[in-house]
Design a protein around this ligand. Structure first.
Ligand code: CA
Length: 566
């Protein structure tokens, strides 16, 4: 790597405020005190497209870190104060240190008040979950994150509320003013949901009202405890716009991850992707951009690339690429690039020029290490695919350590493993959820001390990605190889050209050739490999073997363009 950073290094107002100790919280003490502009985090300008330049980190607050101080300390439940205490792990705001991950944005799973452990059934959209802290602490978190150059995006659950939400309790009576905020039926409609689940739920007789003991049911696509809101009612849309405004302006978030967006508006048995849902999203995106310029909307459209492609940039800034996630994990497991080629071709055909949100797994899938049968080498190759590929990568907390976990869901959302202390350094109290049994071997402290660890690899890959515009947001062209175990991409932005290579296999690979995308390889003198510093063999014709041997599961990044002038 060269010593130059492409990140703009102007001093921001936020950094200045922090550096002068004008911040309203104790966080300012940990910001580098000098006024050297090089130490300032990149400015958080309010411009669309910032998400192309960052690596995201998905956090389940309940499992990330328990506070060491304050009213919620040491109760075995992660909280906002605990997260603030650990922000330096994600990004300390100083581009010159190497022991942080270099994260540029976090996505927090739901933080609003909810009766469930996961928070996807909200009872109060205007209040932080009591287990996590207060609204004031949330604002403190946003400030502390922004000072480090980390943007904050929260999960927004629009499709439904908790059945315990005041709105729903008020809507249960057939003649209640809020009745039309939810979806009711007085006849048995006899259909189920897209995955065969019941979607019409009867209230228990004691909640139906004495005049209405006959059948009437409400619609809830996920569960009886999560009644769907009725977005055909403009009052509901207005209420949710106001709620979004509250989070963007009063709480200071930089955008939303929109849960289950395909299901916002049903049309009878058509329960996903209706034209009304698309129209609603266009209006919502407009509203958010006007309310806070540069705010980001990421959508969860949990389906194949064809379905994801139906959501244009006027509806969602980013959509998660579920099929690509599956392909990256499968290509690693099978040591075969075929599935990756297939999905890349599909993405190029169906979503040309579209910003992509990429990931290996999130809080809804078995952890990547478990999908790879606990093969740590495979986790290294998968990290290479994610962090050298196109799109905005999302790292699910603990993935960088090789945390494991299979369904049921609580086991893929276990406490973060900070050290080999009694409760993994997560808390001094027994955690709300049992730790991963392997935590004593797999934790931040141990992997920080080990340059060959998975965590060290994540740090190096994210750092390189941050330093190289072509890796962050350059075009990506798959490069054909004579060996199916070898995955390669050409990344290009402006004058910068990079070649990324991942050996998907668990054996060293020699004797492979990479086909030149343009017919012949042109590699300037001085071209070099950026991650390992290994020597390159010059190209000779249309097939190139840049490195004699590709080490098992290793990732390489080769600079094909002449190094930029500093
Ligand atoms: Ca706590």
């Amino acid at each position: 790597m060269t010593g130059t950073s492409p990140l703009p290094r102007q001093l921001t107002v936020a950094a200045l405020v922090a550096a002068l100790g004008l911040g309203c919280s104790s966080e300012s003490a940990s910001v580098p005190p000098e006024l050297d502009p090089a130490a300032a985090p990149p400015p958080l300008e309010a411009a669309d497209g910032w998400w192309r330049e960052v690596t995201f980190y998905e956090i389940f607050v309940r499992s990330f870190a328990d506070a060491s101080d304050g009213p919620l300390a040491d109760d075995g439940i992660g909280d906002l104060t605990g997260l603030i205490e650990r922000l330096d792990y994600l990004n300390d705001g100083d581009p010159d240190t190497r022991d942080d991950l270099g994260i540029g944005a976090i996505w927090l799973m739901p933080v609003a008040e909810s009766p469930s452990y996961h928070g996807y059934d909200v009872v109060d959209f205007y209040r932080i979950e009591r287990d996590y802290g207060t609204n004031e602490e949330f604002r403190r978190l946003v400030g502390a994150a922004h000072r480090r150059g980390i943007r904050v995006v929260v999960d927004l659950v629009l499709n439904h509320t908790s059945s315990r939400h005041l709105w729903f309790r008020e809507a249960r009576e057939p003649d209640a003013p809020r009745r039309d905020w939810y979806i009711w039926s007085y006849e048995r409609l006899g259909y189920v949901g897209p995955w065969g689940q019941p979607v019409w739920h009867q209230l228990p007789w004691w909640q139906r009202g004495w005049r209405h003991l006959n059948y009437h049911a409400y619609y809830g696509i996920f569960w009886s405890g999560m009644p769907d809101l009725n977005y055909r009612n403009p009052d509901v849309t207005a209420a949710m716009h106001e709620m979004a405004r509250f989070w963007l302006q009063d709480m200071g978030v930089d955008g939303f991850r929109l849960d289950a967006v395909r299901h916002l508006i049903e049309d009878g048995r058509v329960q996903a992707g209706t034209p009304e849902t698309h129209a609603w999203l266009r209006e919502f995106l407009d509203f958010c951009k006007q309310t806070k310029p540069g705010s980001l909307l990421i959508g969860e459209v949990w389906d194949n690339t064809e379905a994801v492609a139906a959501y244009g940039p006027d509806e969602l800034d980013l959509a998660f690429q579920f099929e690509l996630a599956e392909a990256m994990v499968r290509a690693t497991r099978d040591a075969d690039r075929a599935r990756l080629d297939e999905v890349y071709e599909k993405i190029r055909r169906l979503q040309p020029d579209r910003d992509l949100a990429t990931f290996l797994t999130n809080h809804d899938q078995p952890r990547v290490l478990s999908q790879l049968y606990d093969d740590l080498g495979g986790a290294r190759a998968a990290a290479g695919l994610l962090l050298t590929g196109p799109g905005t990568p999302f790292v699910y907390y603990g993935e960088e350590l090789g945390m494991s976990g299979n369904k049921p869901d609580p086991q893929i959302r276990r406490p973060m493993q900070w050290s080999d202390a009694r409760y993994a350094g997560f808390s001094t109290h027994r955690p709300w959820q049992q730790l991963d049994p392997g935590f004593e071997r797999t934790h931040v402290a141990g992997q920080t001390a080990d340059a060959a660890s998975l965590l060290s690899l994540y740090r190096r890959l994210i750092r390189l990605r941050s330093a190289r515009p072509a890796l962050r947001s350059g075009a990506a062209e798959p490069v054909a190889a004579t060996d199916p175990r070898v995955w390669a991409l050409e990344r290009r932005r402006g004058p910068e050209r990079l070649l990324t290579i991942v050996n998907l296999g668990e054996e060293p690979v020699a004797g492979y050739g990479l086909e030149a995308p343009g017919g012949a390889w042109t590699v300037p003198p001085g071209a070099r490999e950026l991650l390992h510093g290994v020597e390159l063999d010059p190209p000779n014709g249309a097939l190139w073997t840049p490195l004699d041997t590709l080490e098992p599961r290793a990732t390489y990044v080769i600079e094909l363009s002449a190094p930029a002038a500093p």
